[in-house]
Design a protein around this ligand. Structure first.
Ligand code: GLU
Length: 350
């Protein structure tokens, strides 16, 4: 090889290495969902969730390699209706392990939308790092016309690598919007803009591949969270029970008999319930079961001391935490305490 050729090749290699070193490193942890789903045709509404792998997912968005060094990892490949405590613990531990490394800058997690709000909130309370953690999904399978997955993945990575995303807690990026995990809800069964922060509004938008924030969460999260799952291999059993006219004590008694450690109610109005259900829950408290009142209403707090005397009954009220996220918080709360006042404190702080 001539000397000049050698110098040129060496220069090219040095430039390549320097570029790679300048780019942030983002791990994409894949868990399945519609974003990894395939339909029978490009217009079919039906599809199989969790059918393609992380490498296939990433190959649909080669542009992300321009903004980050991407490393893909398949955690599971499931529809998120099957998401469970075991995967949550595995995810939280892996995220914490990766983010403790100096050579990892951010994490993007691909996830089905059905239970994405629960996983996002769980990680918001258990990740011990300020580095960005972004969940992303899609409403259309990868084979659909105008599949939303590739754009959402690009935006999630672009949001994750931006310095302004540090310290904001776990977020969901979908449909060009950035949503906080503390107030997130899936609000539409089909629309690509399904995720909302219904009480306080989204944190910001993605515009031209950059996050543009207009607010941030004042709740405790990530590095300020008191919860630590490092040494846990399971979580306490907590069930959610819906309230409606004529609701009986059937499900409360079933949950108590099945050994539940906590019950969250999805109450009517401001967390109300039939007298018979309330009495059954009061009995559950006497047997050592923690009860948190939440509401089936989409917005507004389930506030203490409205129509129900929580102190007299030993209940806690969920404030702005909806029943699904309340279950997550109560599971974590029960790893530390069973005192309803202490649990109440947590529901006002997280
Ligand atoms: N039910 C599937 C899931 O949550 C598909 C829904 C979706 O990802 O949008 O994984």
């Amino acid at each position: 090889m001539k000397k000049i050729q050698f110098i040129l090749i060496a220069l090219l290699c040095a430039t390549f290495i320097a570029n790679a070193a300048q780019k942030p490193t983002v791990y994409v942890l894949a868990t399945g969902g519609t974003i990894a789903g395939t339909g029978a045709t490009q217009v079919a509404a039906g599809y199989t969730a969790g059918a393609i792998t992380v490498d296939q997912l990433l190959s649909a968005v080669p542009e992300i390699k321009d903004i980050a060094n991407i490393k893909g990892e398949q955690i599971v490949n499931i529809g998120s209706q099957d998401m469970n405590d075991e995967v949550w613990l595995k995810l939280a531990k892996r995220v914490n392990q990766l983010l403790s490394q100096g050579d990892v800058d951010a994490i993007v997690i691909t996830h089905g939308t059905d239970t994405q709000e629960e996983t996002a909130y769980f990680l918001n309370l258990t990740v011990k790092s300020d580095k960005p953690v972004i969940l992303v999904g899609s409403m259309r399978p990868s084979t659909a016309i105008s599949a939303d997955g590739p754009r959402n993945i690009y935006n999630a990575v672009a949001c994750a690598v931006d310095k302004s995303s540090i310290g904001k807690g776990v977020m969901v990026v979908m449909d060009d919007r950035i949503l906080g995990a503390d107030d997130i809800s899936k609000t539409n069964t089909l629309s690509v803009s399904t995720f909302q922060n219904p009480n306080f509004g989204e944190l910001g938008i993605m515009y031209n591949g950059k996050p543009n924030y207009s607010r941030e969460s004042m709740k405790r999260h990530t590095t300020k969270s008191e919860f630590d799952v490092t040494n846990l291999d399971k979580l306490p059993q907590v069930e959610i029970i819906l309230s409606y006219s004529n609701a009986t004590d059937l499900f409360v008694n079933a949950a108590v008999n099945a050994g539940a450690k906590g019950i969250v109610t999805a109450g009517v109005g401001n967390g109300n319930m039939t007298t018979v259900m309330q009495n059954a829950l009061a009995n559950a408290v006497k047997k050592g079961v923690a009860v948190v009142r939440s509401s089936r209403i989409t917005t507004g707090p389930t506030a203490q001391w409205d129509e129900i005397d929580d102190d007299a009954l030993g209940f806690s009220a969920s404030w702005f935490v909806n029943p699904y996220r309340s279950r997550v918080l109560l599971m974590l709360a029960l790893t530390k305490t069973t005192d309803y006042k202490e649990i109440q404190r947590m529901f006002t702080e997280y």
